[in-house]
Design a protein. Structure first.
Length: 213
């Protein structure tokens, strides 16, 4: 289960571009907490602390307690030049609210995949799963076994055992997560097992590429 994070904040008394620039000059990031049938609340947080939480790798699928208020991070805007965070949005949630999160995928048992052992290439279509879960039970990651996969095989969401209470947010298709393709199907500089990304949208296009290009 994903850890609960903590972030201190102060109320933002003034709004507008000028006030936001002044906050950033002082090492603060303007933010807003909204939702749960309450009025939006303007706040500002310490940039270094926000950056530290972003670097945990699971910021966007963790509950963040802000001054005792339970929230879920929804968006962080970054400066296009410096890549520093310049604004953040947080959604208020109750303890057992049903939330929509993207959870990272970890692939395991590569050594038990005959197709990969024979030189096949793992072609990753999705690095995250779009899940609907209880806010108190958000998984930090989803581990998916590659055991038994041969060249030409595809791994679909229907083959994945999700944690109790979690469901896929995509319900209209049995989407592809990864495929194992022959080495000649993808350009690899060294011929060892490599991982590449493939566009999944539209879904039909990705399904058609599962056996190789």
């Amino acid at each position: 289960m994903s850890d609960t994070l903590t972030l201190s904040a102060e109320t933002r008394e003034q709004v507008g571009k000028g006030a936001s620039r002044e906050l950033r000059r002082n090492g603060r990031v303007p933010a807003v907490i909204y939702g749960n049938k309450q009025d939006p609340q303007g706040i500002h947080v310490e940039e270094r602390e926000l950056h530290r939480l972003l670097m945990t790798g699971h910021f966007f699928n963790s509950v963040v307690m802000i001054n005792g208020e339970r929230t879920l991070p929804k968006d962080v805007a970054f400066d296009p030049v410096t890549d520093r965070p310049i604004h953040a949005d947080f959604l208020r949630i109750s303890e057992h609210a049903t939330v929509h999160v993207n959870v990272p995928i970890v692939f395991a048992d590569e050594e038990l995949a005959p197709g990969i052992k024979r030189g096949g290439v793992l072609n990753i279509v999705r690095h995250e799963l779009d899940l609907v879960v209880d806010a108190a039970e958000i998984p930090s990651e989803i581990t998916i076994s590659l055991k038994g996969l041969e060249v030409g095989d595809s791994l679909h969401i229907s083959a994945v055992t999700l944690p109790k209470g979690a469901t896929s947010a995509i319900t209209d298709r049995d989407f592809t997560i990864a495929t194992v393709v022959a080495p000649s199907a993808l350009k690899s500089s060294d011929g060892d097992t490599a991982t590449t990304e493939a566009a999944e949208e539209p879904e039909a296009a990705a399904e058609g590429e599962e056996a190789g290009e």
